[in-house]
Design a binder for this molecule. Structure first.
Ligand SMILES: Cc1cc2nc3c(=O)[nH]c(=O)nc-3n(C[C@H](O)[C@H](O)[C@H](O)COP(=O)(O)OP(=O)(O)OC[C@H]3O[C@@H](n4cnc5c(N)ncnc54)[C@H](O)[C@@H]3O)c2cc1C
Length: 370
């Protein structure tokens, strides 16, 4: 059951909501808006077809203290089953403009991220090819500083146009204001702001960013660290690698009914890394020293596998590890969020028991906790 007071509040402000142009209301469960196909029924789902509509709606809901969830592609969300006391605000404005002369690209929040990447390459620009195939919207890429294959959006993001939810101000803010870090910004896990658009500075020579990811560089025949390759070639190779890992959305493939990597790669003290090495007896375990510290980054996927959770680990059945990648928790079609959370708890406890390493989930959790 939805909270009665909130239901009444929505009814009271409904006439004002109805006056907002370019807004569509629907009765859609979150399971239809998330790539895990999980999540219950919000108070209301509102699809904003313009920045103005999003600004008006979010400002109105905030003024009446109605909790809301901004939803892009729903590819980094774990949402509780059942009735949810939130309004789902879907951003559906998606203009993309590119200046091939300067390499500046602007995309509205609702643009599909991979379309942005493809169009940038069509315009002869480079810099985001390694981020090909990441599901979701342009507006969400700053939220967790998306990254893949040795690249992060922080290296090309110049500005974000945001609605500051505390002040109601709408302005372009420098990317530095977001405190971007590994799978983090100060927008993640907060109600601080809505990203309305992003701006990227891309390169003009049609070459990729320097290749930093070993497997990708090898597949492209690169021999020197930091080599660059034609950006289109890199995109194709990235998509091929991602498909092999179930990391490109495909409705027919349950391995992609996921939130991508479910856990971040943990940073641990070097003595913990040594302990893991000793326990597994694997001298060549993936382990990346963090410069200037006594810490190293380990691979969450590797730890999960070595803790006894192989690819396809069935858990209790309806939510399983992907058959292609141990880091993706997947819905095999009939799962509930409770099933998925039970599997996540199993994996976290298993890795902790075996190695004393606490895995931290990467997606945003709504109405449910680990
Ligand atoms: C198969 C698969 C592969 C993936 N691979 C990668 C990968 O390689 N690298 C990586 O970093 N991620 C990856 N992800 C995770 C996910 O795709 C990214 O985090 C993506 O940027 C999320 O975008 P979204 O629009 O789906 O966000 P959503 O899931 O809709 O939202 C995620 C969070 O961002 C907030 N949010 C969304 N839009 C806005 C906005 N405009 N303003 C403010 N807040 C907003 C939401 O409220 C929520 O808190 C993968 C996911 C899947 C399913």
């Amino acid at each position: 059951m939805h909270d009665l007071l909130l239901t009444q509040k929505i009814a009271e402000i409904r006439p004002e909501i109805d006056k907002i142009a370019e807004l569509e209301l629907a009765d859609v469960p979150l399971s239809q808006l998330t790539t895990l196909r999980l999540g219950g029924q919000p108070l209301l789902t509102a699809r904003c077809m313009s920045q103005a509509a999003a600004i008006k709606l979010v400002t109105l809901l905030d003024a009446h203290s109605v909790p809301l969830l901004v939803v892009g592609g729903g590819s980094n969300l774990v949402v509780a089953d059942g009735d949810l006391d939130i309004v789902a605000v879907v951003l559906d404005f998606d203009a993309i403009s590119i200046n091939p002369g300067t390499g500046l690209l602007r995309a509205e929040a609702g643009a599909e991220w991979d379309d942005v990447v493809a169009l940038s390459l069509d315009a002869g620009l480079g810099g985001i090819e390694c981020l090909s195939g990441i599901p979701g919207s342009a507006g969400a890429v700053p939220v967790q500083n998306v990254g893949a294959y040795g690249a992060e959006i922080s290296s090309v993001l110049t500005q974000v146009r945001i609605l500051d939810r505390a002040t109601g101000d709408v302005s372009w803010q420098p990317a530095t204001s977001l405190e971007l870090a590994y799978r983090y910004s100060n927008l993640k896990f907060t109600a601080r702001a809505v990203v309305l658009a992003i701006e990227l500075q891309l390169t003009l020579d049609g070459l990729s960013a320097p290749l930093r990811f070993g497997e990708l560089a090898r597949r492209l025949g690169a021999t020197e660290p930091g080599e660059r390759r034609p950006a289109g070639e890199v995109r194709e190779k990235v998509l091929e690698l991602r498909r092999g890992k179930g990391m490109v959305l495909d409705p027919e493939d349950h391995d992609t009914w996921s939130a991508g990597s479910f856990f971040t790669n943990p940073t641990v003290d070097n003595r913990v890394a040594d302990y893991v090495r000793r326990v597994t007896g694997e001298d060549n375990m993936p382990c990346y020293p963090v410069a200037g510290t006594d810490q190293s980054k380990l691979s969450a996927a590797w730890l999960i596998e070595r803790a006894g959770f192989p690819k396809g680990y069935p858990g209790k059945g309806r939510a399983t590890l992907s058959t292609k990648h141990t880091l993706a928790l997947t819905n095999r079609g009939e799962a509930t969020t409770d099933d998925l959370v039970a599997l996540a708890r199993d994996v976290v406890a298993g890795v902790d028991d075996k190695f004393g390493v606490q895995l931290v989930p990467e997606p945003v959790w709504v109405g449910v906790e680990l």
